[in-house]
Structure formats: structure tokens, C-alpha cells
Design a protein around this ligand. Structure first.
Ligand SMILES: [Zn+2]
Length: 476
């Protein structure tokens, strides 16, 4: 009712000949902004943004600045202003003893201009839900959080906190519990889940109107999952499998080996899939996925980092100073795993990754919704929150996307996965005001994404000094 009254009042004022902008005081007015619209790749100079809370109320020319009164003014001095970044694949996890260590990652995201994250499954969901509320209300500096809550997997899953699913009754119970949280989407993992349970989850989740993404058991074909309404796929393994001319026979072999002493599994099947990659099949698959509004998170940076972990010394990484020792301790697992890998296997992985990365511009061109995700978090060695999404954006550009397209994967496309692009993705009237200010133009050189000058998150402006103070607060 209150809202209705204020709308009526505003309309009365307009009819009475008052310019709304004259009578209204905004919380923030930004002038001299060179605004980048990632949706179109266009740049508009000398712009003014009048903002109230977390919403852009007016976009105008800076020449009209005297019309706009505000509590706070910010002169962007011609710098580049674009929507805040979305990291579509992060994790908060590691058990209750790491809750504070995970919480300390939130300002780190913000310092790198990440204003929204999609948390893809962990074991400290009650804390994540508390942070989600606290960041949304502005009480805690950090990004907006979309979370899956716990992952769904089979019994005896590798990740702690996963909900075990075998029967249809298990699926019902698991999805009921996610909706009670309430989680924002369903994340399926593939360490122990059966193909039947996997497809069953998608069927039931879609009936409930829940978004579903994740890994995929190699006993399943991606097109079948997509045909049932699966919304996305994490990493490139699963889409790559579907690009093989022998996908059907390789899948049959994997299924037949499933309950033997030597199951083939994902990594065992990769060489055969690599050798039978079929660009014509890939093209028609991508068209199909695009028609299904399917999202893919390539996670190129973590693949690259892990495949070169053996020969890279990360002990002097400056960003380690912002990672709690409890989380740093979890980085050892992947390093040890990589050391056990043979030279030949490492070399194959690198060739495989190069072919996978080459799919990105093809999928993009076909209309698949490519989203930038870093996979940062506990256990994922040296993938530093915030900085890692900059690296992902640069790799997406290096794979063949234009700078504008790469920026789109880290802004508009994230919101498309959740169907909330009416409010996010560009700095237009009525849309979210989360934004970053960059010292130089990322449309000319995508490396400019590292030059974060200022961040606006939940209506609060963080200058470079404020961002440095946030970093100092988590340094140990
Ligand atoms: Zn992950």
C-alpha cells in the first residue's frame, strides 16, 4: 500500500509539471563515467548515473549534473564503469572449523570487483545462508550469494556434506531439503551417483521449477540430460564427451565396465573421446544446447593451474597472504595428486585442455550461454577468490571471444542462468547498481579488468583505499 501511495504521489508531481529529478535526492550520483554495456559491447562517454540504494534510477549526460542532488557524489573522471563481476562457480567448504576462514574470502571477492557469486555446493550451508542475508543487507562487505546448498551425489560421495541419492524417494527427500533451505539451484556431483538417479533428479527438479547444473556421470549422455531440462554443465568434460563421433559406443563401454574391477570412468575415457572429436557433431550439439538455453561454465583457469601445478612454485604467490592457513592446508591435496601423475598423462591433459578451450568461441557463436566461473575455494589449489575470475575472463578472451563477449560471460550471462537478467547485467534505469570502475578500457585490452579503481556493492561505494583496507583486514 505504501509503495502504491508513493507511486501515486510521484505521478501527481509529474502531472503537476515538476521534474522528478529536481525534487528527488539520490543516495549517489556518479558523473563523467565511460559506461560499458557488456550486453552490446558499446561504450557511452560522459555519462551520469543517479542511484538510490542498489538501483540505477536515472542515466543522463554529465552536462545535466546540476539537476541531480545526492547524499554522495563520485566523479569517475572518464574512467570505465561496468556492472560488477559474477563468479559463477565458487565453493565455501571445508567443515565447521573453516567457517571463519571461508567468511574472510568475502571481502577478497569484493576487492577484485566480484559483486555476485554462485556457490556450487559445500558443507557449511547454514553459514553461507547467514552471509547471504548479511551481504544483501549491506552489514557484511561481500558479494551477493546464490547458493546450491549441499551437492547431490551417490552414497559415499567424495565431498563432505553431499546428500546421498539412490532411489526416487531419496530424490524427493533431497530436493525437499534443498527447498527448505531454500537453495537457489541444484548442483549434482558425479563421484558416486548412478545415471538413473542423475536423470531422476533432473526430472523431479524441473517439475519443481528448480535450476539444475553440475557434473555428469559418464554413463549418461549430455543431450539426454539437456532434453530433460538440465540448465547447465560445469567444466568442459561433459560437453566434450558429447562431441565424440563414438559417444554412443564409448558410453556403452563405460556402462558395461561400471560394476567390474576396472571401471573406465571419466579420465579413462578421455583419450578415446579426444581421438574421436567430431567438429560437425559439436556444431549441431551446440545449436541444440543453445535452443535449450543451456549454460556452460568452462572453468579454464583452474584446468590450466592444476595441469601446470607440478612445475609451478606457488609458495611465493602474494595472494596467499589473504588465504587463511586452514584453507591453504587443503591446497596440498591437488599438488600431491598431480605429483603422482605421469609425464605422459600431464602432456595429454594439456593437449586435451587446448582442444576443450577451442570449443568456447564455437559454443558462444552458436548461442550457448557461456558463464565465467573460477571454481575457487577450499581444496582448489591456488585459485584465489576474485583474482581467479579475472584470469578466467582473460582466458575466455584468449580462447577466441572478443573482450566484450568475455565481459558478458562474467556479467549478463550469469544473471541469465537464474533468469534475473531484467535486473542485472547492464547499468540502465531500473537495474542493479552493483558496478566496478576500471582505470583503462577493457574493450580495448581485456587485461584492464585487473585495474579495479572503485567498487559499488549493495549501494555502498568502496574507493581504492577502502578496498585496500578490506584486504588489510583479512591479511594474516
Ligand atoms: Zn567446483
Amino acid at each position: 500500500m505504501k509503495r502504491l501511495l508513493s507511486i501515486c504521489l510521484a505521478m501527481t508531481l509529474l502531472h503537476a509539471g515538476f521534474a522528478q529529478s529536481n525534487s528527488k535526492k539520490f543516495t549517489l550520483v556518479i558523473t563523467n563515467a565511460s559506461i560499458i554495456d557488456p550486453a552490446t559491447g558499446k561504450l557511452a562517454k560522459n555519462q551520469l548515473l543517479a542511484i538510490s540504494g542498489d538501483t540505477v534510477k536515472v542515466v543522463d549526460d554529465t552536462k545535466a549534473a546540476s539537476k541531480y542532488k545526492a547524499d554522495q557524489y563520485f566523479d569517475a573522471k572518464g574512467k570505465y564503469v561496468m556492472p560488477g563481476l559474477w563468479d559463477m562457480h565458487v565453493h565455501f567448504r571445508g567443515g565447521d572449523s573453516t567457517i571463519e576462514a571461508n567468511k574472510a574470502l568475502l571481502p577478497l571477492f569484493l576487492a577484485y570487483g566480484v559483486t555476485t557469486v554462485r556457490e556450487c555446493g559445500g558443507d557449511i550451508t547454514p553459514s553461507v545462508m547467514a552471509w547471504k542475508k548479511q551481504t544483501a543487507s549491506g552489514r557484511l562487505p561481500g558479494p551477493r550469494i546464490f547458493t546450491s546448498g549441499p551437492k547431490l551425489d551417490g552414497p559415499g560421495a567424495v565431498w563432505a556434506g553431499s546428500l546421498p541419492v539412490v532411489t526416487p524417494a531419496d530424490i524427493t527427500a533431497a530436493l525437499d531439503s534443498l527447498q527448505r533451505i531454500p537453495s537457489d539451484f541444484v548442483k549434482i556431483y558425479d563421484s558416486k551417483i548412478s545415471g538413473n538417479a542423475y536423470l531422476g533428479i533432473i526430472r523431479q527438479a524441473k517439475k519443481r521449477g528448480m535450476k539444475v547444473t553440475g557434473h555428469m556421470p559418464f554413463t549418461v549422455e549430455l543431450k539426454e540430460a539437456a532434453s530433460l531440462g538440465m540448465d547447465g554443465s560445469e567444466h568442459l568434460y561433459y560437453v566434450f564427451k558429447a562431441c565424440s563421433s563414438k559417444e554412443d559406443s564409448i558410453t556403452t563401454e563405460i556402462r558395461n565396465s561400471e560394476h567390474t574391477d576396472h571401471p573406465i570412468g571419466l579420465f579413462g575415457a578421455l583419450p578415446a573421446l579426444f581421438n574421436t572429436y567430431d567438429s560437425t557433431k559439436a556444431e549441431s550439439l551446440f545449436k541444440y544446447l543453445a535452443a535449450k538455453h543451456f549454460s556452460i561454465t568452462p572453468t579454464l583457469f583452474i584446468s590450466k593451474t592444476l595441469s601446470s601445478i607440478k612445475e609451478t612454485d606457488h609458495t611465493n604467490d602474494s595472494l596467499l597472504a589473504y588465504i587463511d592457513p586452514k584453507i591453504q592446508a587443503t591446497y596440498k591435496g591437488r599438488v600431491n595428486g598431480a605429483r603422482r601423475q605421469s609425464e605422459a598423462a600431464t602432456n595429454f591433459t594439456k593437449r586435451f585442455q587446448a582442444l576443450c578451450a577451442s570449443l568456447v568461441p564455437k559454443m558462444y557463436a552458436a548461442g550457448v550461454n557461456i558463464v565465467a566461473g573460477s571454481d575457487c575455494g577450499s581444496s582448489n589449489s591456488y585459485i584465489y577468490p576474485g583474482s581467479s575470475i579475472h584470469e578466467e575472463i582473460k582466458l575466455l578472451a584468449a580462447s577466441g571471444l572478443t573482450p566484450a563477449q568475455a565481459l558478458k560471460t562474467a556479467t549478463v550471462n550469469g544473471s541469465k542462468f537464474f533468469g534475473v537478467e531484467a535486473f542485472f547485467g547492464s547499468l540502465q534505469k531500473g537495474k542493479c547498481s552493483d558496478l566496478i570502475v576500471l582505470d583503462s578500457n577493457p574493450l580495448e585490452d581485456i587485461g584492464a579488468i585487473d585495474q579495479i579503481n572503485t567498487v559499488l556493492s549493495h549501494g555502498k561505494l568502496y574507493s581504492k583505499t577502502d578496498l585496500n583496507a578490506l584486504l588489510a583486514s583479512i591479511r594474516h
